[in-house]
Design a protein around this ligand. Structure first.
Ligand SMILES: [Mg+2]
Length: 278
């Protein structure tokens, strides 16, 4: 079984029904050195109590697979901003659910829009070397970033007016355009909140008890996930800190894994104590 397919056994009794969903870059991973060291105490507690730690990220499956291996994580995961959910089926095999449009559908629509006169260059149009050059990734990592399931990043090459028309054309095809830093992302109607609702039902079914959903994130694309979580934890952003419409939201004092550890450790200790009756 490959690492991408390796998963926890989920049909076991769960003493502590807690599910944690986390963004990676700038949240669990340090923005600069990608380290999780500052969160190691909490990561050990999560492992000890066998709590699912679900990565909910804009990264692709190929990129997440590498990180799960490095971080010894066997939980389900969510890729491409909620557009592809990976979970074990009855046999324990990792299965992918694409709640919105598939990558094939997106590429077909983009090819039509190009014929209609819109100017852009997507990852699918670029070689690994070209993706490496525009993202700053290594060529190997650019290859992983090009293995997509349900979203297409692109560089816009038209005018601002044409961009508005492009966006309207995507809406007609039931797609949307998400503005990232450098890239625009064409995707179906999914967001990171999808992971919270899907895995709330998933674990409820498997554990026969309602799980408590904790979510952590630092970016604009994390807001939807944080708003539907029971315990949303906001990590201060690199440039600005997001605001979330959820009365339970707590903001950490520190960026990245240090802030992740600061808020999550006492919260888990308290919830574990309540669930274990001690
Ligand atoms: Mg982030």
């Amino acid at each position: 079984m490959s690492d991408a397919q390796k998963s926890d056994s989920i049909n076991t009794a769960q003493q502590v029904p807690i599910v944690i969903l986390t963004d990676l870059d700038g949240t669990l991973l340090d923005h600069h050195n990608y380290s999780t060291t500052a969160a190691k105490e909490t990561l050990a507690l999560i492992k000890e109590h066998k709590l699912p730690l679900i990565f909910n990220t804009s990264k692709t499956q190929a990129e997440v697979t590498q990180l799960r291996r490095q971080l010894d994580n066997t939980s389900p995961y969510v890729c491409e901003n909620g557009s592809a959910l990976y979970y074990p089926d009855e046999t324990g095999q990792m299965t992918c659910l694409v709640p919105g449009a598939s990558y094939d559908t997106i590429l077909k629509v983009l090819s039509q829009l190009r014929k209609d006169g819109f100017h852009f260059r997507g990852f699918n149009d670029m070689t690994d070397t070209e993706v490496a050059a525009v993202t700053g990734l290594s060529t190997d990592d650019a290859y992983l970033a090009k293995q997509r399931a349900a979203t297409e990043p692109l560089l816009w090459q038209g005018s601002v007016e044409e961009l508005a028309a492009f966006q309207a054309a995507l809406t007609d095809h039931n797609l949307r355009l998400l503005e990232g830093g450098r890239f625009y992302h064409v995707m179906g109607r999914a967001d990171k909140a999808e992971g919270v609702s899907f895995f709330r039902d998933f674990y409820h079914k498997h554990w026969q008890s309602e799980p408590t959903m904790i979510a952590l994130g630092d970016g604009g694309n994390d807001v939807a996930m944080l708003e539907v979580a029971d315990f949303p934890i906001i990590i201060p952003g690199d440039k600005r800190t997001i605001t979330v419409n959820n009365t339970n939201a707590v903001t950490a004092d520190f960026k990245g894994p240090k802030g992740w550890n600061q808020i999550l450790l006492p919260l888990l200790q308290q919830l574990i104590k309540e669930n274990c009756g001690g």
